[in-house]
Design a protein around this ligand. Structure first.
Ligand SMILES: C[S@@+](CC[C@H](N)C(=O)[O-])C[C@H]1O[C@@H](n2cnc3c(N)ncnc32)[C@H](O)[C@@H]1O
Length: 260
């Protein structure tokens, strides 16, 4: 565990009120909050999008989930949401972060049909091999690949598009992608620049892509209603943490299905 540099997983844990972070992470997190006061509401809004997406996917018949960049486990993890509806749902968590792995293994010790893998999502072959090991995830059948608040940590756009093409090609027809991504579209540029500058000094620099570029991450997958929208507008379910105009939220999300 690198305690010399803040990292995104532990800063996000701090935004969500978790205890798996260190002083260096909390200091950087406070700088991010000062740069963009909506950071905490944004993180919590993102987490509620994840839960709504999982419930939607279960409703669509999906029983296998691969949660890439899953983070340090917190309230409402994917297996908890999915298995509450169908206890046979299978979930593979993948994160690059060591604390996420350590805490993940503890949380999952008693959870059937789950696994935590420490891997870099950019290493597509390693990720697919690890989640399929032992038959946990059957890649010949439909899977939901969740990439929630993680692709902005792949700053090289050429790389992110190449990775997405690999994942899209590998998934069986009828699979889904669920993505949320921070965005600069519609935002006052100066506060996002300050926010990005905070993350530039962490282990996880961010890329704040435009809505149009985020739209291309889905390739030929078909977006389900309501399409690519700001997070609070994706199938809202009453309560929202984000106090501002929901159409001005600094990030976009969508769920999309691979055609047969
Ligand atoms: C903002 S958190 C999001 C956590 C969770 N997906 C959620 O939305 O609640 C981003 C996570 O992505 C992880 N991450 C960043 N780059 C990654 C990479 N290349 N491969 C795997 N995980 C990565 C970080 O360690 C962190 O835990």
């Amino acid at each position: 565990v690198n305690l010399e540099q803040p990292c995104a997983a532990r800063m996000y844990d701090y935004y969500l009120g978790g205890a798996h972070n260190f002083a260096i992470d909390r200091e950087a997190a406070e700088r991010a909050i000062a740069a963009m006061p909506a950071t905490i509401a944004g993180a919590r809004t993102n987490r509620t999008f994840l839960r709504r997406a999982v419930r939607f996917l279960i409703g669509a018949g999906i029983r296998q989930f691969v949660d890439l960049g899953s983070g340090i486990p917190t309230a409402g993890n994917v297996h908890e949401v999915a298995q509450e509806i169908d206890p046979s749902a299978r979930v593979a968590y993948v994160d690059i972060d060591t604390i996420a792995l350590m805490h993940g293994e503890t949380v999952l010790a008693e959870a059937p049909h789950t696994r935590f893998v420490q891997a870099d999502l950019r290493d597509v072959d390693a990720v697919l091999h690890a989640v399929a090991a032992g038959g946990l995830i059957d890649l010949s059948k439909p899977v939901a690949l969740l990439m929630v608040a993680v692709l902005h940590f792949v700053p090289d756009s050429g790389e992110v598009h190449a990775i997405m093409a690999r994942y899209r090609d590998t998934l069986a027809p009828g699979s889904y992608l669920a993505v949320s991504h921070m965005s600069l579209t519609g935002q006052p540029i100066e506060f996002l620049e300050k926010f990005r500058a905070v993350y530039d000094k962490t282990a996880n620099p961010v890329a704040l892509r435009s809505r149009d570029e985020i739209a291309t991450l889905f390739g030929d997958f078909e977006l389900v209603e309501p399409g690519l929208v700001t997070l609070p507008l994706w199938r809202p379910a009453g309560f929202t943490y984000f106090a501002g105009d929901p159409s001005r939220f600094p990030g976009y999300a969508a769920v999309a299905r691979k055609p047969a």
